[in-house]
Every structure is written in C-alpha cells, then in structure tokens.
Design a protein around this ligand. Structure first.
Ligand SMILES: *Cc1c(COP(=O)(O)O)cnc(C)c1O
Length: 365
C-alpha cells in the first residue's frame, strides 16, 4: 500500500539536481581545474587548528556523498551504504523530509507531544500543517487516536524513541502497527538509542519501505559540535534526499573527524557505560530526596524529574550555576525538570545542591 511516488511532492519527482564538479569527475588523481578552488592552498595551511591533520586539504571541496564514512558506518549499523544519508545535524534530514513530501498549506505531518521541538519548527518554517496527538499519561502512543487523526494529506509521522523529554522507549509493537497502517512515512527518531537496551529500528528497514530512522553523532558519540546526523531509509528515499540536499552539506573537516570517530567505537561504548552507571546512581539518589515527587524511568542520557516546586528548584540551581532544562509548563510534563546525566563529579555537585536546598527549606520553616 506504500508508494513513495504518491508521498513525494510531484515536482520533486522530476527535479534535476545540482551536479557538482565532484559529481561529474569522481577520480582522486589529477590536476583539478574544475571547481574554481584555490590551487595554491588555504589560509589555514600550516596552522594547528583543532582537529586538523596533514590530510586536511581545506582548499578542496569535500566528497558530496561522504562515501568513506558510509562505507565504515554501514557494517556498524548493519545496513547498506546506499541506505544512509549523512546530514548537517539530524535537523537537516528532518527538514529535507518535510520539504520532500509536504506541499505548503495543504499537506500535514503528525507528531506525538510532548516530544522533540524540531519537528514542529520544521513544519512551521515550511508552512506545513501540524497534527498533534498527545502521548498517553505513561508516555506511549495512543495508536487508535493516531490512526483516527491521519488525513489523506498526512505525509509524515514522527515517533521519537527513546522520547525527548520523557526519556522512555516507545513500544515497538505500536510503531510496527503505525508502519503497517499508515501509507505515509514513519520517522523513528533514535537520537538516544545507544542508551537504551533494545534493537534499533534500522533492523526493520528491509521490511518496511515507509520506515525512516534518524540517529545522531551528537549524543553517545560526543560530537555535538560537528553537527552530524544519520538518516537510514530505503534506497529510493535516500536518493531523493541526495537530490535535494545542498551539494556539500557535510564539511571536509567534519568528514575527516567522523571517520576518525568511527574507528573509536569502543571509546563511545565506554562512555555510554559510564553514563548508564551514572544514570542509575543519579536516579537512586534523586529518589531519596523528599523534594522530588517522581523520577521517570529513563532509556536515555537524561532523566525527567517531577518536583513539588519546579520553578523554585530551577531558579535555585541556576543561582548555583547548575543549568537543567525547565519543562514544567509542557503538557504531561507538569512539574518536571529534565536533567542530563553528567560526569561523576557533576552529578555529585547537583545532588549536594539539591540536598542543600532541602536543608535551606527545613531550617527556614
Ligand atoms: C538531540 C536530539 C537530536 C540530535 O540533533 P542533532 O541535530 O543531530 O544534533 C535529534 N533528535 C532528538 C529527539 C534529540 O533530542
């Protein structure tokens, strides 16, 4: 029942993409006089800019399709290189998916709040209608409500799992039901998948042609500054994203650093293990604080915590130069602050401050 050609905007099907110099000649050797680059070098040659190596040629345009990265990433993720799109952050594939499928003013996307804010922003920027079906009180998908809300012109459905800001995984069977019942694209945002004890939806890619999986280098890999996101989907959809992306959307230094990082996967795993240990310890300690009303279970690297007086706690922490995310005005997250798991010492300081806040209360009463 899924037909990509009916989901894409008609003009995207017939669009002629920009053909870059690096698309038209893909050889590595030769005298390159085709891209109007500076053949004499770059103003950064000889400098020791952070992250630069002798292999960096800042004067040359980078590989527009990041083939070296995809070749290394594919076996790590168990997908084919042609099922991978690398973007300037996950924000880029989110925006490209909206632009590829939704005609402004008439098509819609469906989201499940409380959730990541970029889906709504991307819809708004592109003048695309937004249908919101809230999660249930236990932060799961209300599948019948979602299926009832889908309209003929609904093109995309965003499911964030583990969800931000609630921290929980979305039930896998619910997502599979959406995949089989919805004739548009189901985008599963797995930004926090490395912190969850579950299989990735990338393992379902060959089964569901309408599945898109987003992951990122910004969280577990510790590379938020690079701005790099991964999008996994059918070869046909990846081809479309390649057609409409800016030609050199991932910079040369970013590509070099990603390649280096991908050879350090054990370092990522070691950091994830430390984060998970700290998450469990932080949860246990937060549960011991009388001012904490509830600690939600977390499959991510942050914890949603309900306080009796969230605004006062938030302001107090800011005064102590501890910055957490205030979510207490978000529907279904009333009273909650979202706390990222820090290092051992950062978490100790957070807990010390929350203890001091308690004592301040009891001594002033
Ligand atoms: C942090 C986060 C991302 C990552 O965005 P990048 O643009 O890749 O840094 C994506 N989705 C969710 C839900 C996030 O919380």
């Amino acid at each position: 029942m899924f037909d990509l050609n009916t989901i894409l905007r008609p003009h995207i099907l017939t669009l002629t993409p920009y053909s870059s110099a690096r698309d038209e000649y893909t050889g590595k050797e030769g005298i390159f006089l085709d891209a109007n680059e500076n053949a004499f070098g770059s103003t950064l040659d000889g400098s020791t800019l952070d992250g630069s190596t002798s292999e960096d040629h800042y004067n040359r345009y980078p590989d527009p399709h990041q083939l070296a990265i995809k070749a290394r990433l594919a076996p790590i993720k168990g997908v084919r290189p042609t099922q991978i799109f690398i973007g300037n952050g996950s924000d880029e594939p989110i925006d490209l998916l909206v632009r590829a499928t939704c005609t402004p003013g008439s098509d819609s996307i469906l989201i499940l709040p409380p959730t990541y804010g970029m889906y709504e922003v991307s819809a708004a920027v592109n003048d695309v209608l937004l249908i919101k079906i809230p999660l249930t009180p236990d932060f799961q998908v209300d599948v019948p409500a979602v299926l009832a809300a889908i309209q003929p012109r609904t093109k995309l459905l965003f499911v964030c799992s583990p969800n931000n800001p609630t921290g929980n995984l979305i039930d896998q069977n619910a997502i599979v039901t959406l995949l089989t019942s919805f004739s548009g694209l189901v985008v599963v945002d797995e930004a926090y998948i490395d912190f969850a004890n579950t299989r990735s939806f990338t393992t379902f890619l060959d089964q569901y042609p309408n599945l898109v999986v987003l992951q990122t280098f910004s969280k577990a890999w510790g590379l938020a500054a690079l701005r790099s996101g991964m999008c996994f989907a059918s070869e046909a959809l990846i081809e479309v994203l390649n057609k409409i992306k800016p030609p050199y959307n991932v910079s040369g230094p970013t590509q070099h650093l990603l390649l280096k990082a991908l050879s350090q996967a054990p370092a990522k795993d070691a950091m994830v293990a430390r984060i998970l240990a700290q998450r469990e310890e932080l949860i246990a300690n937060l549960l011991n604080l009388p001012l904490v009303r509830h600690v939600y279970p977390s499959d991510a690297n942050f914890i949603l915590v309900k306080f009796d007086d969230p605004k006062a706690v938030f302001d107090y922490l800011i005064n102590q130069q501890i910055i957490v995310r205030d979510r207490h005005r978000v529907k279904l997250c009333e009273g909650c602050l979202r706390i990222t798991v820090g290092t051992e010492s950062e978490n100790e300081q957070l807990l010390a401050m929350l203890n001091a806040y308690e004592n301040r209360l009891t001594t002033t009463v």
